[in-house]
Design a protein around this ligand. Structure first.
Ligand SMILES: *[C@@H]1O[C@H](CO)[C@@H](O)[C@H](O)[C@H]1NC(C)=O
Ligand SMILES: *[C@@H]1O[C@H](CO)[C@@H](O)[C@H](O)[C@H]1NC(C)=O
Ligand SMILES: *[C@@H]1O[C@H](CO)[C@@H](O)[C@H](O)[C@H]1NC(C)=O
Ligand SMILES: *[C@@H]1O[C@H](CO)[C@@H](O)[C@H](O)[C@H]1NC(C)=O
Ligand SMILES: *[C@@H]1O[C@H](CO)[C@@H](O)[C@H](O)[C@H]1NC(C)=O
Ligand SMILES: *[C@@H]1O[C@H](CO)[C@@H](O)[C@H](O)[C@H]1NC(C)=O
Length: 478
């Protein structure tokens, strides 16, 4: 509490100082704009954005406004209302967003595209394409939403994505607003089964749109927003680099199928911080081709936990390295920290660290599954993605006794190597039954006493066929 109060004071002090400096350097700016400056330039608070700042957004024409960043040239605000957006929640506002985007994107000066507070904008599936001339702020203070369900989806449009940001270099998507994916009608499509209440099996989605997809883009920040009820993944980053995701709240029902919170693939240099996710699938999922990913202070649950994989589907190559997950909480989830690979793939998962993670009533708090299979037709194969250099330290809390607290099922032919486990303290959430940890072909060491005791790791370094798997991943990110 003390640190929160301190940081609030610092924020206020910063806001004051900032407004003061801007006031001095932009003496011609009307006072009402000073509010806008301090609002946009501040790191978004977890609480909704201050109401007081909003009225000055309702400019009916694009008007100059001071910089979103003290060290950049002044940014202009492009309010979608000025481009004909209605924001009543039913009118199609797609064209207004496209026009605002086109103008903002082709400015020499950095620009702010604004979806103002107190409005709800319905946007059809759209690809926002770059590169833009300079960096952009996509400021969402109101609500944005797609058409309601598959029947309202334009028949010619791709049903696998809603908003796509393509070839963008330098964008911050932020604000105190809401991205509402209106996923309910998609979740109930009769294709893939998913779990219902009381163990029932309900129908699920086939093609369902990812809410926000960032593709072949770089230098992205997504922060402060509330994102809910995506038809499928809430965020998907693929082929991106330099991505910061922070202070998000992502929320979908526990039974909603495939609603991963943040999914990344073929993406490197990613920071995911200070966010809360509750959903019906992985909280964060990390696919093939991801490197240098830092995840910190995430609260997951209910969810399926934080997952690397699934990797190696259809005998494919997967390389994942240098992933850190720390100072996080996972609660009421099917899995805690998971690495899952299909049989028959190749490549490697290496240099992964899971540290200081609190588990609350989690099935499979620590799990490696190299026999991942979603059909009944998977056969045993000799090739596998090699899992090595995985560190599990300070993982504490409670597990759901239906599964063992630690389950390391490594490949028959390509064992896991150099697993290090220390300071584990996992107790049954209910009752006295202490399930035994399970290991299969898992090599590594236990560095100090753990609860429950883990004695199933194999010593030393195995002789195995996949000696060159790390080489398969060198000089080639994918
Ligand atoms: C942007 O800058 C370029 C080069 O400085 C200039 O030629 C062009 O007219 C400017 N465009 C706008 C829209 O200001
Ligand atoms: C991203 O930003 C960095 C530093 O701000 C810059 O050096 C780099 O060129 C940018 N990335 C791309 C792909 O332009
Ligand atoms: C962790 O994230 C939450 C938001 O989910 C935030 O309120 C809190 O201040 C963060 N803690 C630290 C130490 O940054
Ligand atoms: C690992 O990733 C972190 C960022 O999460 C980065 O700072 C570090 O340089 C990376 N290490 C290597 C060896 O690339
Ligand atoms: C596949 O391998 C597992 C582990 O060795 C074994 O339990 C299972 O019986 C095998 N399945 C088939 C179909 O050979
Ligand atoms: C357990 O081992 C880890 C890693 O070697 C070390 O950092 C930690 O201090 C040890 N904890 C205790 C209680 O000995």
């Amino acid at each position: 509490m003390a640190t929160m109060t301190l940081s609030k004071i610092l924020l206020l002090a910063f806001a004051f100082l900032f407004t003061y400096i801007e006031g001095r350097f932009h003496t011609k700016t009307k006072p009402k704009h000073l509010h806008v400056v301090s609002h946009i330039s501040l790191p978004p608070a977890p609480a909704p954005a201050p109401e007081a700042a909003s009225p000055s957004y309702y400019t009916n024409s694009p008007s100059p406004s001071p910089s979103p960043n003290l060290f950049r040239s002044p940014a202009k605000v492009y309010n979608v209302l000025s481009f004909g957006a209605v924001g009543d929640g039913t009118t199609d506002d797609t064209q207004a967003f496209k026009m605002a985007w086109d103008i903002a994107c082709f400015q020499n000066e950095s620009a702010i595209l604004l979806a103002p507070d107190d409005y709800a904008f319905m946007i059809q599936p759209t690809v926002f394409t770059g590169p833009c001339k300079t960096s952009l702020v996509f400021q969402i203070d109101g609500t944005i939403m797609p058409p309601d369900g598959p029947e309202s989806w334009p028949s010619k449009m791709n049903k696998r994505q809603w908003l796509v940001f393509y070839k963008i270099n330098g964008m911050s998507m932020q604000g105190g607003g809401v991205i509402d994916g209106r996923g309910e009608k998609w979740w109930n499509l009769p294709c893939k089964p998913h779990k219902g209440p009381n163990g029932a099996t309900l129908p699920g989605p086939c093609d369902s749109p990812v809410a926000m997809r960032f593709f072949m883009s770089s230098n992205l920040t997504v922060q402060g927003l509330k994102v809910k009820n995506s038809p499928q993944f809430h965020f998907r980053f693929d082929n991106c680099q330099n991505v910061i995701v922070q202070m998000l709240s992502i929320k979908s029902p526990p039974q909603s199928p495939n609603t991963d919170g943040i999914h990344i693939e073929n993406t490197k240099n990613v920071q995911i911080y200070n966010s809360v996710v509750s959903n019906g699938d992985d909280c964060v999922s990390i696919g093939a081709g991801c490197h240098n990913v830092d995840i910190k202070n995430i609260t997951c649950g209910p969810s399926h936990g934080i997952s690397i994989g699934s990797l190696g589907i259809g005998n494919s190559k997967a390389c994942v390295s240098n992933i850190t997950v720390k100072d996080s909480v996972i609660k009421h989830s099917d899995n805690g920290v998971r690495i899952k690979t299909w049989q028959g793939g190749y490549g490697s998962v290496s240099k992964i660290s899971f540290h200081n993670i609190q588990m609350e009533t989690v099935r499979n708090p620590i799990i490696i599954d190299q026999y991942y299979c979603q059909t009944n037709t998977c056969t045993n194969q000799t090739s596998a993605v090699h899992i090595s250099d995985i560190l599990y330290t300070s993982i504490k809390g409670t597990y759901d006794v239906r599964s063992p607290p630690l389950h390391l099922a490594c490949s028959d032919s390509v064992p896991c190597t150099n697993l290090k486990i220390a300071e584990i303290e996992l107790l049954p959430a209910k009752g006295q039954i202490v399930a035994n940890p399970f290991c299969w072909n898992a090599y590594g060491e236990m560095q100090n006493l753990t609860i429950p005791p883990i004695s199933c790791l194999l010593d030393g370094i195995p002789l195995y066929a996949g000696q060159n798997t790390l080489d398969q991943c060198q000089n080639n990110l994918y």
